[in-house]
Write a protein of this length. Structure first.
Length: 213
């Protein structure tokens, strides 16, 4: 088999590529609409209009609103997990302060790019509704993924003697609380500074606290 035929065999059929692109556009539109109108207020008609597709096309991809929200949650959660995992691998040989700063920057950059999803996450933390969708996907499951990786990162810090071993169980709680607070402030009272640029300040605050030196 020549190389050209090998390349052609890997190209997806046009109908598959069109479906994937439509699916991507629908998810992007859903993120915007759920983020702006809230989990309870978003309408399929508004999502279809924003995606530039007919309502019938939308239902061909997702049989109801919960299925669409579930797919959005799972998709964005996996994207975030992959990004953080990549940063953990990339920074593994660096000193802990640089690893921490890189991790925080990656997390903040992701939510800078997906502010509507951040809004969905923060809304879901105060929601008492039942799990969303057939797969039981919940927006705050993304925070569980973040927490697992924060723990992994901080274990490196303890092993490198950059963090105290005592009260180690609280380190991840403190860092998660700090990140949540920064993200919430940026969402509800946005500044003119790109949020990822605050990573050095956040890392330094976590390592040294607010003590005047």
């Amino acid at each position: 088999m020549n190389s050209n035929s090998s390349i052609r065999s890997k190209i997806l059929p046009l109908r598959v590529r069109l479906r994937e692109e439509t699916n991507k556009a629908i998810l992007q539109a859903a993120e915007q609409v759920f983020g702006s109108q809230g989990l309870g207020g978003a309408r399929m008609e508004d999502i279809a209009a924003r995606a530039g597709v007919a309502v019938g096309t939308l239902y061909n991809h997702f049989h109801d609103r919960d299925a669409l929200l579930s797919e959005l949650i799972v998709s964005r959660r996996h994207e975030l997990a992959r990004r953080l995992d990549e940063e953990l691998r990339r920074g593994e040989s660096a000193d802990f302060a640089r690893q921490l700063e890189g991790f925080v920057a990656a997390l903040l950059s992701h939510f800078e790019e997906h502010r509507p999803f951040l809004s969905i996450l923060l809304e879901s933390e105060h929601s008492r509704t039942a799990p969303v969708g057939a797969r039981g996907a919940r927006p705050n499951a993304a925070l569980v993924e973040v927490y697992k990786r924060v723990q992994q990162l901080l274990e490196r810090g303890i092993a490198a003697r950059a963090l105290r071993h005592d009260d180690a169980d609280l380190h991840s709680v403190f860092l998660m609380g700090l990140l949540r607070s920064v993200l919430a402030r940026e969402l509800y009272a946005p500044t003119q500074v790109p949020i990822a640029e605050r990573a050095p300040q956040i890392a330094a605050f976590f390592l040294r606290g607010a003590e005047r030196r």
